[in-house]
Ligand binder design. Structure first.
Ligand code: HEM
Length: 409
Protein backbone atom coordinates (compact mmCIF):
# COMPACT_ATOMS: atom_id res chain seq x y z
CA UNK A 1 0.00 0.00 0.00
CA UNK A 2 1.46 3.36 -0.87
CA UNK A 3 1.32 5.21 2.38
CA UNK A 4 3.22 8.41 1.82
CA UNK A 5 5.11 9.68 4.80
CA UNK A 6 4.48 13.40 4.90
CA UNK A 7 2.76 14.49 7.99
CA UNK A 8 -0.98 14.20 8.06
CA UNK A 9 -3.08 15.51 10.94
CA UNK A 10 -4.60 12.96 13.28
CA UNK A 11 -8.37 12.87 13.01
CA UNK A 12 -10.20 10.74 15.53
CA UNK A 13 -13.35 10.11 13.54
CA UNK A 14 -14.51 7.64 16.23
CA UNK A 15 -14.66 9.98 19.15
CA UNK A 16 -17.83 11.42 20.67
CA UNK A 17 -16.00 14.76 20.68
CA UNK A 18 -15.53 14.64 16.90
CA UNK A 19 -19.17 13.65 16.36
CA UNK A 20 -20.26 16.70 18.37
CA UNK A 21 -18.48 19.14 16.06
CA UNK A 22 -18.42 17.13 12.83
CA UNK A 23 -20.89 19.22 10.84
CA UNK A 24 -18.99 22.50 11.33
CA UNK A 25 -15.72 20.69 10.58
CA UNK A 26 -17.16 19.35 7.30
CA UNK A 27 -18.39 22.85 6.35
CA UNK A 28 -14.85 24.19 6.71
CA UNK A 29 -13.40 21.31 4.72
CA UNK A 30 -15.92 21.69 1.88
CA UNK A 31 -14.83 25.32 1.58
CA UNK A 32 -11.10 24.99 2.10
CA UNK A 33 -9.87 21.48 1.52
CA UNK A 34 -12.54 19.25 -0.02
CA UNK A 35 -10.10 16.35 -0.42
CA UNK A 36 -8.42 16.18 2.95
CA UNK A 37 -5.48 13.96 3.84
CA UNK A 38 -5.47 12.76 7.44
CA UNK A 39 -4.32 9.98 9.76
CA UNK A 40 -6.69 7.61 11.54
CA UNK A 41 -5.92 6.69 15.17
CA UNK A 42 -4.43 3.35 14.00
CA UNK A 43 -1.86 5.22 11.88
CA UNK A 44 -3.59 4.57 8.57
CA UNK A 45 -3.42 7.52 6.18
CA UNK A 46 -6.66 8.28 4.37
CA UNK A 47 -8.41 10.95 2.30
CA UNK A 48 -11.71 12.44 3.42
CA UNK A 49 -14.04 13.48 0.59
CA UNK A 50 -16.60 16.07 1.68
CA UNK A 51 -18.26 17.80 -1.31
CA UNK A 52 -21.50 16.40 -2.74
CA UNK A 53 -20.35 16.10 -6.36
CA UNK A 54 -17.07 14.42 -5.45
CA UNK A 55 -18.81 12.06 -3.03
CA UNK A 56 -21.34 11.03 -5.64
CA UNK A 57 -18.62 10.52 -8.26
CA UNK A 58 -16.35 8.57 -5.88
CA UNK A 59 -19.15 6.18 -4.88
CA UNK A 60 -19.74 5.39 -8.57
CA UNK A 61 -16.08 5.31 -9.59
CA UNK A 62 -14.80 1.78 -10.15
CA UNK A 63 -11.22 2.97 -9.67
CA UNK A 64 -12.11 3.04 -5.96
CA UNK A 65 -12.53 -0.52 -4.76
CA UNK A 66 -13.75 -2.15 -1.55
CA UNK A 67 -11.47 -5.14 -1.18
CA UNK A 68 -7.87 -3.93 -0.85
CA UNK A 69 -6.22 -7.36 -0.86
CA UNK A 70 -4.96 -7.15 -4.42
CA UNK A 71 -3.23 -3.87 -3.59
CA UNK A 72 -1.41 -5.04 -0.50
CA UNK A 73 1.94 -6.71 -0.02
CA UNK A 74 1.95 -10.17 1.55
CA UNK A 75 3.16 -8.66 4.81
CA UNK A 76 0.40 -6.08 4.92
CA UNK A 77 -2.16 -8.67 3.98
CA UNK A 78 -1.04 -10.98 6.80
CA UNK A 79 -1.46 -8.11 9.20
CA UNK A 80 -4.93 -7.26 7.92
CA UNK A 81 -6.32 -10.74 8.05
CA UNK A 82 -4.41 -11.64 11.15
CA UNK A 83 -7.40 -13.29 12.64
CA UNK A 84 -9.17 -16.09 10.94
CA UNK A 85 -12.25 -15.20 12.96
CA UNK A 86 -12.38 -11.70 11.54
CA UNK A 87 -12.12 -13.11 8.05
CA UNK A 88 -15.25 -15.17 8.69
CA UNK A 89 -17.27 -12.01 9.18
CA UNK A 90 -15.99 -9.71 6.47
CA UNK A 91 -16.37 -11.81 3.33
CA UNK A 92 -19.54 -9.99 2.41
CA UNK A 93 -20.95 -7.95 -0.47
CA UNK A 94 -20.38 -4.66 1.36
CA UNK A 95 -16.63 -5.24 1.33
CA UNK A 96 -16.22 -6.90 -2.05
CA UNK A 97 -15.97 -5.91 -5.70
CA UNK A 98 -17.43 -7.44 -8.87
CA UNK A 99 -17.70 -10.26 -9.77
CA UNK A 100 -17.94 -11.47 -6.12
CA UNK A 101 -20.08 -8.50 -5.17
CA UNK A 102 -22.58 -9.15 -7.96
CA UNK A 103 -22.86 -12.85 -7.11
CA UNK A 104 -23.36 -12.22 -3.39
CA UNK A 105 -25.86 -9.39 -3.87
CA UNK A 106 -27.92 -11.38 -6.38
CA UNK A 107 -28.42 -14.13 -3.80
CA UNK A 108 -30.46 -11.89 -1.50
CA UNK A 109 -31.64 -9.05 -3.73
CA UNK A 110 -35.06 -10.61 -4.32
CA UNK A 111 -35.94 -10.65 -0.61
CA UNK A 112 -35.44 -6.87 -0.35
CA UNK A 113 -37.32 -5.49 -3.37
CA UNK A 114 -39.95 -2.81 -2.62
CA UNK A 115 -42.66 -5.34 -3.55
CA UNK A 116 -41.44 -7.95 -1.04
CA UNK A 117 -40.94 -5.34 1.66
CA UNK A 118 -44.47 -3.94 1.19
CA UNK A 119 -45.79 -7.30 2.34
CA UNK A 120 -44.12 -6.77 5.71
CA UNK A 121 -46.13 -3.60 6.45
CA UNK A 122 -48.76 -5.32 8.62
CA UNK A 123 -46.19 -7.23 10.66
CA UNK A 124 -44.00 -4.13 11.21
CA UNK A 125 -47.06 -2.20 12.40
CA UNK A 126 -47.93 -5.05 14.77
CA UNK A 127 -44.42 -5.15 16.27
CA UNK A 128 -44.43 -1.34 16.64
CA UNK A 129 -47.76 -1.38 18.48
CA UNK A 130 -46.74 -4.22 20.77
CA UNK A 131 -43.56 -2.36 21.74
CA UNK A 132 -45.46 0.85 22.42
CA UNK A 133 -48.18 -1.03 24.38
CA UNK A 134 -45.48 -2.03 26.84
CA UNK A 135 -44.29 1.56 27.23
CA UNK A 136 -47.46 3.63 26.96
CA UNK A 137 -48.43 3.62 30.64
CA UNK A 138 -44.96 4.40 31.93
CA UNK A 139 -45.09 8.01 30.73
CA UNK A 140 -41.39 7.96 29.86
CA UNK A 141 -38.82 5.91 27.95
CA UNK A 142 -35.35 5.80 26.52
CA UNK A 143 -36.27 5.84 22.82
CA UNK A 144 -33.08 4.06 21.77
CA UNK A 145 -33.24 0.99 24.04
CA UNK A 146 -36.98 0.56 24.34
CA UNK A 147 -38.19 1.36 20.84
CA UNK A 148 -35.59 2.21 18.17
CA UNK A 149 -33.44 -0.87 18.88
CA UNK A 150 -36.03 -3.65 19.30
CA UNK A 151 -38.16 -2.75 16.27
CA UNK A 152 -35.65 -3.25 13.41
CA UNK A 153 -33.84 -6.13 15.10
CA UNK A 154 -37.09 -8.07 15.55
CA UNK A 155 -37.92 -7.45 11.88
CA UNK A 156 -34.56 -8.61 10.51
CA UNK A 157 -34.39 -11.57 12.94
CA UNK A 158 -37.81 -12.71 11.76
CA UNK A 159 -36.76 -12.36 8.10
CA UNK A 160 -33.62 -14.39 8.74
CA UNK A 161 -35.28 -16.91 11.06
CA UNK A 162 -33.29 -16.10 14.22
CA UNK A 163 -35.04 -16.38 17.62
CA UNK A 164 -35.92 -12.80 18.66
CA UNK A 165 -35.32 -13.60 22.35
CA UNK A 166 -31.57 -13.58 21.57
CA UNK A 167 -31.56 -9.95 20.45
CA UNK A 168 -30.03 -8.41 23.60
CA UNK A 169 -27.20 -10.92 23.59
CA UNK A 170 -26.59 -10.12 19.95
CA UNK A 171 -26.55 -6.39 20.59
CA UNK A 172 -23.92 -6.80 23.30
CA UNK A 173 -21.67 -8.72 20.92
CA UNK A 174 -22.19 -6.51 17.92
CA UNK A 175 -21.47 -3.21 19.69
CA UNK A 176 -17.93 -4.36 20.38
CA UNK A 177 -17.42 -6.31 17.17
CA UNK A 178 -18.38 -3.57 14.73
CA UNK A 179 -15.74 -1.27 16.14
CA UNK A 180 -13.12 -3.95 15.96
CA UNK A 181 -13.70 -5.09 12.42
CA UNK A 182 -14.33 -1.78 10.68
CA UNK A 183 -10.93 -0.49 11.57
CA UNK A 184 -7.76 -2.36 12.39
CA UNK A 185 -6.73 -1.39 15.88
CA UNK A 186 -4.99 -4.45 17.37
CA UNK A 187 -6.10 -3.72 20.99
CA UNK A 188 -9.73 -3.42 19.89
CA UNK A 189 -9.48 -6.68 17.98
CA UNK A 190 -7.99 -8.42 21.01
CA UNK A 191 -10.73 -7.07 23.26
CA UNK A 192 -13.41 -8.18 20.83
CA UNK A 193 -12.03 -11.66 20.18
CA UNK A 194 -14.11 -13.57 22.80
CA UNK A 195 -17.27 -11.86 21.54
CA UNK A 196 -16.38 -12.60 17.93
CA UNK A 197 -15.89 -16.26 18.86
CA UNK A 198 -19.24 -16.40 20.68
CA UNK A 199 -21.01 -14.82 17.74
CA UNK A 200 -19.41 -17.21 15.25
CA UNK A 201 -20.44 -20.13 17.44
CA UNK A 202 -23.97 -18.77 17.53
CA UNK A 203 -24.15 -18.40 13.74
CA UNK A 204 -22.66 -21.89 13.41
CA UNK A 205 -25.44 -23.39 15.57
CA UNK A 206 -28.07 -21.54 13.61
CA UNK A 207 -26.70 -22.89 10.33
CA UNK A 208 -26.54 -26.39 11.72
CA UNK A 209 -30.14 -26.24 12.90
CA UNK A 210 -31.46 -24.88 9.62
CA UNK A 211 -29.47 -27.44 7.66
CA UNK A 212 -31.23 -30.20 9.60
CA UNK A 213 -34.60 -28.52 9.58
CA UNK A 214 -35.01 -25.89 6.84
CA UNK A 215 -37.83 -23.34 7.15
CA UNK A 216 -39.17 -20.48 5.02
CA UNK A 217 -36.55 -17.98 6.14
CA UNK A 218 -33.56 -16.28 4.52
CA UNK A 219 -30.94 -18.33 6.37
CA UNK A 220 -32.47 -21.56 5.04
CA UNK A 221 -32.52 -20.07 1.51
CA UNK A 222 -28.84 -19.11 1.81
CA UNK A 223 -27.90 -22.59 3.08
CA UNK A 224 -29.70 -24.01 0.07
CA UNK A 225 -27.55 -21.78 -2.19
CA UNK A 226 -24.40 -22.89 -0.38
CA UNK A 227 -25.16 -26.60 -0.69
CA UNK A 228 -26.08 -26.27 -4.36
CA UNK A 229 -22.47 -25.61 -5.19
CA UNK A 230 -20.55 -22.66 -6.52
CA UNK A 231 -22.83 -19.87 -5.38
CA UNK A 232 -21.73 -19.29 -1.80
CA UNK A 233 -18.82 -20.62 0.25
CA UNK A 234 -19.26 -21.47 3.92
CA UNK A 235 -17.13 -18.50 4.85
CA UNK A 236 -19.36 -16.21 2.76
CA UNK A 237 -22.45 -17.72 4.35
CA UNK A 238 -21.28 -16.65 7.84
CA UNK A 239 -20.34 -13.21 6.55
CA UNK A 240 -23.67 -12.74 4.76
CA UNK A 241 -25.70 -13.60 7.86
CA UNK A 242 -23.57 -11.26 9.96
CA UNK A 243 -23.87 -8.40 7.43
CA UNK A 244 -27.64 -8.72 7.08
CA UNK A 245 -28.17 -8.63 10.83
CA UNK A 246 -25.81 -5.71 11.41
CA UNK A 247 -26.90 -3.65 8.40
CA UNK A 248 -30.51 -4.55 9.12
CA UNK A 249 -30.70 -3.01 12.56
CA UNK A 250 -27.64 -0.88 13.46
CA UNK A 251 -28.61 1.77 10.94
CA UNK A 252 -32.39 1.78 11.38
CA UNK A 253 -32.03 2.18 15.17
CA UNK A 254 -30.40 5.48 14.33
CA UNK A 255 -32.93 6.48 11.70
CA UNK A 256 -35.63 6.24 14.38
CA UNK A 257 -33.49 7.77 17.16
CA UNK A 258 -32.10 10.60 15.03
CA UNK A 259 -35.57 11.21 13.58
CA UNK A 260 -37.15 11.63 17.00
CA UNK A 261 -34.29 13.93 18.01
CA UNK A 262 -34.59 16.12 14.89
CA UNK A 263 -38.36 16.46 15.41
CA UNK A 264 -37.95 17.34 19.10
CA UNK A 265 -35.28 19.91 18.26
CA UNK A 266 -37.64 21.48 15.70
CA UNK A 267 -41.06 21.66 17.40
CA UNK A 268 -42.70 23.44 14.44
CA UNK A 269 -41.74 20.51 12.17
CA UNK A 270 -43.00 18.07 14.80
CA UNK A 271 -46.40 19.85 14.83
CA UNK A 272 -46.48 20.03 11.04
CA UNK A 273 -45.96 16.27 10.76
CA UNK A 274 -48.54 15.54 13.45
CA UNK A 275 -51.20 17.53 11.58
CA UNK A 276 -50.08 16.32 8.13
CA UNK A 277 -49.12 12.64 8.47
CA UNK A 278 -49.05 12.37 4.67
CA UNK A 279 -45.71 14.25 4.90
CA UNK A 280 -44.10 11.19 6.49
CA UNK A 281 -42.16 10.02 3.45
CA UNK A 282 -40.59 13.41 2.78
CA UNK A 283 -39.95 13.73 6.56
CA UNK A 284 -38.01 10.44 6.50
CA UNK A 285 -35.93 11.63 3.53
CA UNK A 286 -35.15 14.85 5.39
CA UNK A 287 -34.11 12.94 8.53
CA UNK A 288 -31.85 10.78 6.35
CA UNK A 289 -30.28 13.93 4.89
CA UNK A 290 -30.08 15.97 8.08
CA UNK A 291 -28.89 13.32 10.56
CA UNK A 292 -28.06 10.35 8.31
CA UNK A 293 -27.43 7.16 10.34
CA UNK A 294 -24.39 6.35 8.17
CA UNK A 295 -22.06 9.30 8.57
CA UNK A 296 -19.19 7.93 6.48
CA UNK A 297 -19.33 5.35 3.71
CA UNK A 298 -17.25 2.26 4.41
CA UNK A 299 -13.60 2.45 3.36
CA UNK A 300 -12.60 2.34 -0.27
CA UNK A 301 -9.12 2.05 -1.79
CA UNK A 302 -7.66 3.62 -4.91
CA UNK A 303 -7.02 0.85 -7.46
CA UNK A 304 -4.91 3.34 -9.46
CA UNK A 305 -3.66 6.94 -9.04
CA UNK A 306 -6.56 9.40 -9.07
CA UNK A 307 -6.15 13.19 -9.28
CA UNK A 308 -8.88 15.09 -7.43
CA UNK A 309 -8.88 18.83 -6.63
CA UNK A 310 -5.17 18.88 -7.46
CA UNK A 311 -4.48 16.20 -4.85
CA UNK A 312 -2.91 12.96 -6.02
CA UNK A 313 -4.60 9.98 -4.40
CA UNK A 314 -2.07 7.22 -4.91
CA UNK A 315 -2.84 3.65 -5.85
CA UNK A 316 -3.46 1.80 -2.54
CA UNK A 317 -4.53 4.90 -0.57
CA UNK A 318 -7.68 4.65 1.50
CA UNK A 319 -10.57 7.05 0.91
CA UNK A 320 -13.49 7.85 3.17
CA UNK A 321 -16.57 9.47 1.64
CA UNK A 322 -18.32 11.71 4.18
CA UNK A 323 -21.99 11.15 3.35
CA UNK A 324 -23.04 13.43 6.21
CA UNK A 325 -20.99 16.24 4.72
CA UNK A 326 -22.27 15.74 1.16
CA UNK A 327 -25.80 15.88 2.55
CA UNK A 328 -25.17 19.37 3.97
CA UNK A 329 -23.43 20.71 0.84
CA UNK A 330 -24.75 24.19 0.08
CA UNK A 331 -24.18 23.77 -3.67
CA UNK A 332 -26.70 20.91 -3.70
CA UNK A 333 -29.17 21.80 -0.93
CA UNK A 334 -30.68 25.23 -0.28
CA UNK A 335 -30.25 26.17 3.41
CA UNK A 336 -28.57 22.84 4.12
CA UNK A 337 -28.55 23.28 7.91
CA UNK A 338 -32.29 23.86 7.98
CA UNK A 339 -34.44 20.85 8.91
CA UNK A 340 -37.46 21.03 6.62
CA UNK A 341 -39.74 18.00 6.31
CA UNK A 342 -41.31 19.41 3.12
CA UNK A 343 -37.96 19.76 1.30
CA UNK A 344 -38.22 19.07 -2.45
CA UNK A 345 -35.64 17.35 -4.70
CA UNK A 346 -33.97 15.82 -1.71
CA UNK A 347 -31.30 13.76 -3.50
CA UNK A 348 -29.37 12.87 -0.35
CA UNK A 349 -26.64 10.23 -0.31
CA UNK A 350 -27.67 8.64 3.01
CA UNK A 351 -28.08 5.22 1.34
CA UNK A 352 -24.92 5.61 -0.71
CA UNK A 353 -24.85 5.35 -4.51
CA UNK A 354 -23.66 3.04 -7.28
CA UNK A 355 -23.35 -0.72 -7.02
CA UNK A 356 -23.20 -0.71 -3.21
CA UNK A 357 -26.39 1.38 -2.87
CA UNK A 358 -28.15 0.19 0.28
CA UNK A 359 -29.89 -3.12 -0.28
CA UNK A 360 -32.21 -2.46 2.65
CA UNK A 361 -33.37 1.06 1.70
CA UNK A 362 -37.05 0.08 1.08
CA UNK A 363 -37.13 -1.79 4.40
CA UNK A 364 -35.45 1.04 6.34
CA UNK A 365 -37.86 3.61 4.86
CA UNK A 366 -40.91 1.53 5.73
CA UNK A 367 -39.72 0.84 9.29
CA UNK A 368 -38.89 4.52 9.80
CA UNK A 369 -42.25 5.70 8.49
CA UNK A 370 -44.29 3.27 10.61
CA UNK A 371 -42.18 3.88 13.73
CA UNK A 372 -42.39 7.66 13.66
CA UNK A 373 -46.02 7.98 12.60
CA UNK A 374 -47.17 5.51 15.25
CA UNK A 375 -45.08 7.23 17.91
CA UNK A 376 -46.54 10.66 17.06
CA UNK A 377 -50.07 9.30 16.98
CA UNK A 378 -49.83 7.44 20.27
CA UNK A 379 -47.61 9.88 22.17
CA UNK A 380 -48.46 13.23 20.64
CA UNK A 381 -46.98 15.31 23.48
CA UNK A 382 -43.54 13.67 23.36
CA UNK A 383 -40.81 15.84 24.97
CA UNK A 384 -37.11 15.50 25.80
CA UNK A 385 -36.47 14.36 29.37
CA UNK A 386 -32.97 15.82 29.57
CA UNK A 387 -31.06 18.90 28.42
CA UNK A 388 -30.38 18.68 24.71
CA UNK A 389 -26.68 19.39 25.51
CA UNK A 390 -26.52 16.28 27.68
CA UNK A 391 -27.26 13.99 24.72
CA UNK A 392 -24.19 12.12 23.48
CA UNK A 393 -23.42 10.65 20.08
CA UNK A 394 -22.07 7.10 20.15
CA UNK A 395 -18.32 7.04 19.52
CA UNK A 396 -18.32 4.88 16.36
CA UNK A 397 -16.54 5.07 13.03
CA UNK A 398 -19.19 4.98 10.33
CA UNK A 399 -22.44 5.57 12.23
CA UNK A 400 -24.22 8.57 13.70
CA UNK A 401 -26.52 7.60 16.53
CA UNK A 402 -27.31 8.63 20.10
CA UNK A 403 -26.24 6.59 23.13
CA UNK A 404 -29.61 7.27 24.70
CA UNK A 405 -32.63 9.48 24.15
CA UNK A 406 -34.78 9.95 27.26
CA UNK A 407 -38.29 11.33 26.61
CA UNK A 408 -41.53 11.86 28.53
CA UNK A 409 -45.03 11.81 27.10
C1 HEM B 1 -31.78 4.04 7.64
C2 HEM B 1 -31.22 2.86 7.56
C3 HEM B 1 -30.08 2.55 6.66
C4 HEM B 1 -29.10 3.37 6.15
C5 HEM B 1 -28.93 4.87 6.38
C6 HEM B 1 -28.23 2.55 5.34
C7 HEM B 1 -27.15 3.02 4.65
C8 HEM B 1 -26.35 2.27 3.81
C9 HEM B 1 -25.25 2.79 3.06
C10 HEM B 1 -24.77 4.24 3.06
C11 HEM B 1 -24.71 1.76 2.36
C12 HEM B 1 -23.55 1.84 1.37
C13 HEM B 1 -22.22 1.87 2.08
C14 HEM B 1 -21.05 2.12 1.15
O1 HEM B 1 -21.22 2.20 -0.08
O2 HEM B 1 -19.94 2.22 1.67
C15 HEM B 1 -25.47 0.58 2.69
C16 HEM B 1 -25.21 -0.68 2.19
C17 HEM B 1 -25.93 -1.79 2.59
N1 HEM B 1 -27.06 -1.82 3.37
FE1 HEM B 1 -27.95 -0.28 4.29
N2 HEM B 1 -28.68 1.26 5.36
C18 HEM B 1 -29.81 1.21 6.14
C19 HEM B 1 -30.59 0.11 6.42
C20 HEM B 1 -30.38 -1.14 5.93
C21 HEM B 1 -31.22 -2.29 6.17
C22 HEM B 1 -32.54 -2.28 6.98
C23 HEM B 1 -30.65 -3.34 5.57
C24 HEM B 1 -31.21 -4.74 5.56
C25 HEM B 1 -30.59 -5.81 5.57
C26 HEM B 1 -29.43 -2.86 4.91
C27 HEM B 1 -28.54 -3.63 4.18
C28 HEM B 1 -27.45 -3.13 3.49
C29 HEM B 1 -26.53 -3.98 2.75
C30 HEM B 1 -26.60 -5.49 2.63
C31 HEM B 1 -25.58 -3.12 2.19
C32 HEM B 1 -24.40 -3.53 1.29
C33 HEM B 1 -24.85 -3.41 -0.14
C34 HEM B 1 -23.74 -3.66 -1.14
O3 HEM B 1 -22.57 -3.55 -0.79
O4 HEM B 1 -24.10 -3.95 -2.30
N3 HEM B 1 -29.31 -1.53 5.15
N4 HEM B 1 -26.48 0.92 3.57
Amino acid sequence: MSISNHKAPLLDLFSAEFKGKAYSFYTRLRENEPVYRFMLPNGQIAWLITQYEDAQAALKDNRFIKNPHTLLSQEQMNKLILMQERDLLINNMGLSDPPDHTRLRNLVQKAFTPKMIKELRGRIQEITDTLLDEIQDKGKMNVIDEFAFPLPIIVIFEMLGIPTKDRDQFREWSNVIIEAITIDIPEKMQEALPKIQSLIKYIGHLIEERRKDPTEDLVSALIQAETEGEKLTENELYSMIFLLIIAGYETTVNLIGNGVLALLQHPEQFEKLKSNPELISSAIEEILRFYGPVELATSRWAGEDVLLHEKMIRKGDMIVVALASANRDETQFKNPDLFDITRKNNCHLAFGMGIHYCLGAPLARLEGQIALLTLLRRMPNLRLNTDAEALKWRPTFVMRGLIELPVVF
